[in-house]
Design a protein around this ligand. Sequence first.
Ligand SMILES: [Zn+2]
Length: 383
Amino acid sequence: MDWVESAEAIGEVDELLASVGLGHGRRKTLTGTWHGGERRAKGKEAQSSGSVSHTFQRRYSTVGSEKGEGQPASGIEVVRAAGWERYAWLRHGFSTRAGGVSEIYGEGSLNLGFTKEDEAAHVAENRRRFLAEVAGGAAARLVTLRQIHSGMVRVIGPGGVEDGEIFPTSQSRDVGHPVLQTADGRAVLRGDGMVTDVPGVMLGVQVADCVPVLVADVRRRAVAAFHAGWRGTLARIVERGIGRMRLRYGSRPEDLVAVVGPAIGACCYSVGEEVRHEFESQFGYAAELFSEVYDSDPVRERYPLLFLTARAPGHSNIGPQIHLDLWEANRRQLLCAGVKAKRIAVVGECTACARMGTGLKYFSHRGESGLAGRMMAVVGVAG
Ligand SMILES: [Zn+2]
């Protein structure tokens, strides 16, 4: 299914609503990368000059729509990067909430994280189903991490973890650890990124708004998975991870393909001023990652006296919200690491507001006020 979200299309809806006296939407974006719901991909897909292009390449598809015959028998909906199917040895996928056995987050949901609310047996069954779908029946061993919002990348070799990032803390005791998970499948290693070239090892990062980024070296046949929330993004997890691929596998940036998976979008991700300051101190392009979103509630505009506050100027909660575009932030890191713009896919679906049927398509920590399951992004070399 192809559809385009354009300013014109949204404008038509606005006009229709206005004609019956209704305002559509409470938010206006005044600056930054988000233009009233219009993504920049429109008409610019071919632009691939790289360095300063802001183009979002909205290239993605699901298993169901690719096959053109509905979802697979399991009911699992896997989101994949378009074009990656040409690499027969490469396995990858992003889960949605559909097709599992969990009940706590909604009947039949595919929670892939051992959360405190869900039953471990449900999570294990969900993981088995999702892995079977992604691996396509081939032997697959899932490796996950105890994610800590860091910039730490682990190398998974045939005998376990090869080395830890040099961390002057107790975390370095993981170095050389041969055990990657407990008997019941729980992660042992700490970190937020993994790289491997071992066939059959499927690297899995867990997310519920944070950005999953998958990278593959199509010449050396090595893969990487990253978990990038705002802290991991600030710690340059993606740039560091690609650096690790270069060191360990001799990867050349021009041989890399990458996909930025479903994650909370600039539409829904408001952050504090301190986050903007942190990004400004780290990235020369930080200004391009933030937008100021003003409350444009028509009731407030018409009856401002109802909303006067007694707080000192600058301390009222009326004013712009700062929204952060983590998709773009991670796309920029891929570019800085030398990945060609045309080989970077951005799924472009917001976990907090993308819908499937009548419900949310993804789990969202923000969208569900903290009571959310976990999705998984998986990548591996076929075993
Ligand atoms: Zn959103």
